[in-house]
Design a protein around this ligand. Sequence first.
Ligand code: C2E
Ligand code: CA
Ligand code: CA
Length: 729
Amino acid sequence: MAGGSFNFHRALLSRLLWPTGILFASTLWLVFSTMLWTTDRANEVAIQHQRARFSASLDRLVERVRLEIGQTLGSTGLEVLMRQPGGPSAGAFELLSNRFRQLDAVLLVAPPFAVRVGVADHARLTADRVPKIRALLEDSVAEAVRSVRLRGEREAGAELKARLLAADDDLYVALALNLQADEVAEDASPLVLALLRKLTPTEIADLAALNGLTGFAVSRDAPDEGLVSVQIAGPPGEPALYLAWQPERPGEAIREDLVPASVIGFCLAALLFGAVAFYLHRVTRDLVRSQTRSQELVGRDPLSGLANRLAFGERLDGDLVEMGTSGRGLAVLFIDLDRFKDVNDTYGHQAGDELIRLVAQRLGSILRPEDTLARFGGDEFAIIQVGIPNVRAAESLARRILDTLTHPFEIAHTQVTVGASIGIALAPENAIDRETLMRLADTALYQAKSEGRNRFSLFQSRMDETIRMRKMVEDDLRDAIQNDGLLLQYQPVYSADGERIVAAEALVRWPHPTKGLISPGQFIAIAEERGLIIPLGEWVLRRACEDGKRWPGLRIAVNVSAIQFRHRSFVESVTRVLESTNFDPGRLELELTEGVVVDDADAAEAAMVDLRALGIHLALDDFGTGYSSLIYLRRFAFDKIKIDRSFLESMEATGESAILVHSIVHLGRALGLTVTAEGVETREQQRFLQALGCHQLQGYLFSKPISAADLDRLIARQNAADASVTNVA
Ligand code: C2E
Ligand code: CA
Ligand code: CA
């Protein structure tokens, strides 16, 4: 059980933990990737911004150079340059170049860009640079040629075009100005002034510093990964120049800042997951426990905590299987408390419950752990005693149970004693399947109860027959009474000398198709329990009165059950039967037992007075077995006592019985009662009883109970014998 629920718990927990874990992991992943993405974007934006700012700074530098040169140009030399006849002369250029000391080259270019005249810092502007400069000027000069018209009075700086150029490892600002005057003839080729100014390393470094760029470098090669660059194009066919720097990456900083937060977050998440896992563990464990418990409860009796019938049956099945391998037997004991109902009625249900609990405790304390104790409800308990070598083990357990239960229980501040009846069935002797074993134990229990309680009874096969019979009686008796299914036999009662039949006792039988004549001992008690004794008694009385009319000289004795007698309308029904059958009440004798008078003496006395008033005789049956109190005999108006046949049975064995019979006869005679002895089976008994002065005798010695027809014949024979005797006389 425990292992099963443990595994179930594990399975349940892992099924819950997986999705929870995945949820946590994906949430973490989402948070981290969002963080990475955001910081990457921040880096990108920052780099774009840096590049744009730096480019703008470069543009501003170029513009400053343009303005500087434009101012110088505008204020001076252009006029000089232009007024030269036949175009600018070398001398004029000399002048210009002196003025523009800071320029690296001053060139006059005539399309298609042949440098007409050029003065420069020749050391700096080597010949091989000239084509580069030309190439550089191509688009900017062409643009200038197209759009700029040089007029007399104007700001030369405004017409000046500027561009940043990379050549070799240096950066230049290249400027161009269209010198074509309006008055130049149509066919004259345009003339362009080209200026070149190299940016100093300091200027560039300052620019970088101004933009706060770190690791700034100018290089011909494409910069390493991780560096950001601005590319400055060279002349066509020439490699570009890169201005590269270590970019500022704010995302990285954010990430670094976030590391401790992330670690904390991760730890918190892990903690949270741990907490959730723990909570799930607890919840599922409790769930599994409560489920296990409710499963257990299904098999438990809530009051005593013992196994219930269901669990008992399952255990028994298991034990029977085990018995097959162990080779030892087992016993099923059914226990029924004898006075439980009294306790319930007297002290209340709470006390009854308490008693059940205490009984359960006591029973539990005398069992071995491997045995099973169960409560089936009410005051019924059951035990499986396993591994027993023989029947004596079961008997000894039964004795111990009876012994432990006879000690008083302390309930509701009083001492209560209960007894128990126990039925035992054995496996494999009686049966080897659960159902039969339980049924047989129940049968044995029934037997123990009917034998007088506080005893145990081992199942015997005849018990089963008893029970079956009982069931049959319960089912069919009502029908038999209603449909004349019963019959009466008559047992003659003789005078003490055994010569004359003086009376006949009506004894009821139930003829059964397969079981033959069923004796009243097997169905009278059930008829009493089932409320059938009233119709049955009335049927017997009526039939006896009808039959009795055939034997005019005989008194007819009819047995009356105590329950029947106590019934309110008993006297009335007797009167009715006598009237309807027209039977002489003086010939009717009712045989009552002491039970009739014990319970309600006043009512009994009244009824007896009424019956006697009708002329009916009353006999006290089975005298000597009950209270046999003299008081009854004196108070109640009996005509007769019938000494119980058990006295005669034991008379030979014990002298005591003989003495008792002796005194009963004398007592009866002294009270003026007729004394009858029943169960007379031997001549010796007859002689003894006759000698004592017994008036009448009844028993197998004279006749068994016989049919009415047989009694006819018996009486006829007697009458014939009488006649011959008379004749002789
Ligand atoms: P009981 O009134 O004591 O009846 C006498 C019983 O003893 C009869 O048994 C009878 O067959 C038996 N008996 C008579 N002589 C001898 C003998 O010499 N030896 C032995 N061993 N037995 C002898 P039965 O007919 O089985 O009746 C048993 C009991 O059933 C009766 O005991 C009586 O109490 C009751 N009973 C019978 N018929 C009726 C009835 O119609 N109504 C009521 N209420 N009870 C009846
Ligand atoms: Ca009788
Ligand atoms: Ca009797």
